[in-house]
Design a binder for this molecule. Structure first.
Ligand SMILES: [Zn+2]
Length: 190
């Protein structure tokens, strides 16, 4: 699958919208991401996961982990393809941790995933969780890589997208008089 083909799927399912959006940060952007909209289709999620899993052929992977909520469905889809456990990390008193009886055995090889990676903040918090259990990082992957992340290991992605963010005063879309859209959900990926 080419990046263009994946992008078409994202657009068709409404996972990526193009226009003039007000983000939860207050910035204006030309793109809005909501990966839950593509991952709500299990067969598409499975196809996309297959594309990512192919990049890790021959790699030892004992489990897949992602941060809640964005990483849960992708982790499940990846783990189903590989035939291993799918777990997720979530915040407890602001600290990313494993709950619900999930554990990582010492020495297990863990694939870390996230739907959209920007700077890699949530993923690096998940890394700390994996390391705290004595797990090893088998690799990282995501559906969308936005710009450049700060992670110190390679991350596989299906599409890389540069997103324009503007302060209201400098927004060219405002200046062109294009109506500003506030996405319905506060659960933005950006
Ligand atoms: Zn604007």
């Amino acid at each position: 699958m080419t990046e263009q083909e994946v992008l078409e799927i994202f657009k068709k399912t409404g996972a990526i919208l193009e226009g003039h959006f007000l983000l939860s940060s207050g910035l204006h952007s030309n793109r809005y991401f909501q990966m839950a909209r593509v991952l709500q289709y299990p067969r598409i999620a499975s196809t996309l996961a297959g594309e990512l899993v192919a990049r890790f052929t021959g790699r030892d992977i004992d489990a897949v982990i992602g941060p809640a909520i964005g990483g849960i469905v992708l982790s499940f889809a990846l783990a189903e393809k590989i035939g291993v456990r799918s777990i997720f990390a979530e915040r407890e008193n602001q600290v990313m941790s494993l709950r619900r009886g999930f554990i990582i055995e010492k020495g297990e090889n863990i694939l870390v995933c996230e739907d959209v990676i920007t700077t890699g903040g949530s993923v690096s918090e998940v890394l700390e969780v994996v390391k705290s259990y004595g797990g090893k990082i088998a690799g990282g992957c995501c559906l969308v890589q936005r710009g450049k992340h700060n992670l110190d290991f390679p991350v596989e992605f299906l599409v890389k997208i540069e997103v324009e963010n503007y302060f209201k005063e400098e927004c060219p879309y405002c200046k062109s008089g294009i109506p500003l859209v506030k996405p319905g959900s506060r659960n933005l990926s950006i």
